[in-house]
Design a protein around this ligand. Structure first.
Ligand SMILES: NC(=O)c1ccc[n+]([C@@H]2O[C@H](COP(=O)([O-])OP(=O)(O)OC[C@H]3O[C@@H](n4cnc5c(N)ncnc54)[C@H](O)[C@@H]3O)[C@@H](O)[C@H]2O)c1
Length: 455
């Protein structure tokens, strides 16, 4: 039996360790966090995040071989392997502000590990980090001659929120990078052995440390790039009466391109894509590769452009003023099947409409609590309404901003009757039957498709 510790009980730490505990019943898994309220929630019946399958995973092993605790120091002392999944947000101050990763939580954790260790440790980078962070970590670990062996292993997490449990249970691949030294190889094998409990060996890739660290940033940059690429073409579609969904289908059938991640929308959100691309941009600038930096920065610019275009469309359609008009926003989460609202396009749209003095009503099946927190002061000017039917009453427009299945199953005839007229529908995710909405009476705007307007 080994003691596995995870530092950081967030969107990565909680779900990944729950699955690890389920799959490795002979090991003891402990997840710690500096936020006691979060730990209390992980110990309670109401978990701090919403993820399909998460409750089942946590409840099946919590109290058996999965534990949540606020005692960081004691658990560091007892651990054999330490996964670190603390947050690595974009730096907001000093050199690299707005682009570089803020590694203060990460470095504090490293120093804490050093201070409380009495036995050798394998330290696993689960957080997304700039390439060569492991080198800095090794220097910290070996800064005091404690006579202890610390091996830093990179094992970036590729799960996507909304499918985190499924992604952990059946990953496309697991990536493990380590030093090519006897102890580095031993540490790498220890992590391979954990995943080999349930992941086929051919899906467990082993690489050098730097490739592993950089692969995570590159994977997110490529995924976000696909979204920005299709969104850029949606703008051209709106000028030419071409239809972005027909184009996505046509190009997606090319096996070299593939059909996934080709849905035009109001753009990507979430805590990772933007921050990780900006981090990549910063790294390229740091290594004097301005052309490469500019290339990737454009992915973020395109995403901002897409949201700005969507807002302009709402404004111009509603006769260039939304002041005092009730607008119902369907969705607050940055995507379906998560309660996470970090960097959610829905909240960007919400803030912009508040600036235009609209009367905004926000509805979402799981993300209203987080939206309230994220909107801060501005939350006072928003109505939070869990029932989409009530949210739409007397609204001049509905803007669908999160692709929850629930929103495609509503009775839109009923909703249309309750709204102010003319009634507008802005489908920011292209998930509804636009012709049907038009026939009901809505003026329909979508992404990259001709608008359907009653004259
Ligand atoms: N969210 C995702 O989908 C996802 C996917 C893959 C990788 N990642 C990466 O994983 C990392 C964590 O992301 P997240 O979404 O889980 O973040 P999160 O904010 O949900 O969780 C991070 C947790 O770490 C805790 N923490 C910070 N400093 C600590 C310390 N010194 N000791 C103990 N706990 C501490 C925070 O209180 C927080 O609960 C980031 O680097 C992120 O880029 C995230």
């Amino acid at each position: 039996m080994a003691n596995l510790l995870c530092i950081g009980a967030g969107h990565v730490g909680g779900p990944t360790m729950a699955v690890l505990a389920q799959k490795c019943p002979e090991h003891r898994v402990i997840v710690v966090d500096i936020n006691p309220a979060k730990i209390a929630a992980w110990q309670s019946p109401r978990l701090p995040i919403y993820e399909p399958g998460l409750e089942e995973a946590v409840f099946s092993c919590r109290g058996k071989n999965l534990f949540f605790s606020s005692e960081v120091d004691k658990n560091i002392a007892e651990a054999d392997i330490i996964f670190v999944s603390v947050n690595t947000p974009t730096k907001t101050f000093g050199q690299g502000a707005g682009k570089a990763a803020d590694l203060q939580y990460w470095e504090k954790t490293a120093r804490q590990i050093l201070q409380h260790s009495r036995t050798p440790k394998i330290v696993v980078e689960k957080s997304t980090l700039p390439v060569r962070t492991a080198e800095a970590m090794e220097r910290i670990f070996h800064s005091q001659d404690r006579g202890l062996q610390f091996d830093v292993v990179s094992n970036p997490e590729f799960l996507a929120e909304g499918t985190a449990i499924r992604d952990m249970e059946a990953p496309d691949r697991v990536l493990i990078g380590a030093r090519d030294t006897p102890s580095g190889r031993k540490a790498m094998q220890a992590i391979v052995d954990l995943y080999a409990h349930w992941v086929p060996r051919e899906r467990i890739l082993t690489t050098n440390l730097w490739s592993s660290e950089l692969s995570k940033l590159v994977a997110n940059a490529f995924l976000a790039q696909r979204i920005s690429s299709i969104n850029s073409i949606s703008a051209l579609c709106e000028k030419t009466e071409a239809d972005i969904q027909e184009i996505a289908h046509a190009i997606g059938m090319d096996s070299r391109i593939g059909p996934r991640f080709l849905n035009a929308s109001i753009g990507f959100g979430g805590s990772c894509f933007k921050k990780d691309i900006l981090n990549l941009v910063y790294l390229c600038e740091y290594y004097h590769l301005p052309e490469v930096a500019e290339y990737w920065e454009q992915v973020v610019r395109m995403n901002e452009y897409q949201q700005a275009r969507f807002l302009s469309r709402i404004l111009s359609s509603l006769f260039n003023t939304v002041a005092g008009k009730r607008i119902a926003l369907f969705g607050a989460a940055f995507k379906a099947n998560t309660s996470d609202t970090r960097e959610s396009p829905a909240l960007h749209v919400c803030r912009a409409l508040l600036e235009e003095r609209a009367d905004v009503v926000l509805t979402d099946p799981h993300a209203l609590d987080n939206a309230r927190v994220d909107l801060g002061e501005e939350a006072r000017r928003v109505t939070f309404e869990p029932d989409p039917y009530r949210a739409a009453v007397n609204a001049h427009a509905i803007a669908l901003l999160t692709e929850w299945t629930l929103f495609s199953e509503l009775d839109y005839e009923n909703i249309y009757r309750s709204m102010a007229k003319p009634a507008f529908f802005f489908d920011g995710r292209n998930i509804l039957d636009h012709r049907k909405l038009f026939q009901i009476g809505f003026n329909v705007h979508s992404i990259g498709k001709p608008s359907l307007l009653h004259t």
